[in-house]
Design a protein around this ligand. Structure first.
Ligand code: HEM
Length: 257
């Protein structure tokens, strides 16, 4: 029933990805059994014993874990990068500043992050205006009160980064693109208290740190070599699918610098 909701090629791509992950996981499991596995994160996860029931992941469970990381890490970052590039196309002044920042850096590794301040500010601003996960659902585990209304235990609450990030009573210029805001008092306060692109608490995104390196770094590298320009008057219309997508895609012209 669920499969019928997806296009045939989507299903076949999903099966291909799962097969690939299964092959990699099975081969690592074989290395672990043979005692030849490298001591990396995958081996650690696959050999760590659950303190409660003493079990380790089965191959199938590990495939599920890798698959969710693949989905959660790929779809969200792609959405954020798509919107960040659109914002660069529509704000050529900022695009020029990022290109200049990128051209001053020759290495491409984690150590350059401290020099990519503008790219980071722009990426954070893209995550504010177009949070890839626009809403999340949580269930209350104790009685709560919101605006003088009692919320019963077990109620479902929708938390919406989309609304929070553009809240008029909280943010200065809430709908405007202003990466400099992160250095103002209002931006810093809202960054701490009203900014949830990666959720918060026990189920916070475990990839947040990685995403905040990967996103600005890829953005910077792209803009170092290419210029992005809007295509005609095609203004993308955000829609909430699994992530915030544009209804008819994000159309940009890419020109080598
Ligand atoms: C800009 C990029 C990203 C954004 C905006 C983002 C956002 C989020 C959000 C909001 C959640 C919580 C969803 C919910 O509770 O309903 C989440 C969960 C998760 N994210 Fe990310 N994410 C990003 C990148 C990544 C990356 C790169 C990885 C992995 C390398 C990743 C792995 C995960 C996983 C495994 C979960 C589920 C955690 C759990 O339920 O305990 N994410 N992400």
């Amino acid at each position: 029933m669920v499969a019928a909701l997806f296009r045939r090629d989507t299903r076949s791509s999903a099966a291909k990805i799962r097969r690939l992950i299964t092959t990699l996981t099975e081969s690592r499991m074989a290395q672990i059994t043979a005692g030849t596995a490298p001591p990396d994160l995958a081996t650690k996860i696959m050999t760590t014993v659950d303190p409660v029931d003493g079990d380790t992941f089965t191959t199938q469970e590990m495939v599920d874990q890798v698959a969710i990381f693949f989905l959660a890490g790929h779809e969200t970052s792609a959405s954020a990068l798509g919107w960040a590039l659109y914002l660069m196309a529509t704000h050529p002044d900022w695009q020029a500043r990022l290109a200049q920042e990128a051209q001053q850096i020759d290495a491409c590794d984690f150590t350059v992050m401290s020099k990519l301040r503008l790219s980071r500010d722009v990426f954070r601003e893209a995550l504010r205006l177009y949070p890839p996960v626009p809403m999340m659902v949580r269930e209350t585990t104790c009685p709560e009160q919101f605006r003088e209304r009692d919320i019963k235990v077990g109620s479902q609450l929708v938390i919406s980064p989309w609304h929070l990030h553009r809240h008029e009573r909280l943010w200065d210029n809430p709908d405007g693109f202003d990466p400099d805001r992160w250095h103002t008092e209002n931006g810093q306060k809202c960054g701490r208290e009203a900014y949830l692109p990666f959720s918060a608490g026990a189920r916070v995104c475990p990839g947040a740190g990685f995403a905040m390196v990967e996103g600005p770094l890829i953005l910077s590298r792209l803009l170092r070599d290419f210029r992005v320009e809007p295509v005609d008057a095609r203004v993308p219309v955000p829609v909430a699918h699994l992530t915030v997508r544009s209804k008819d895609g994000i159309w940009l012209r890419i020109v080598r610098r």
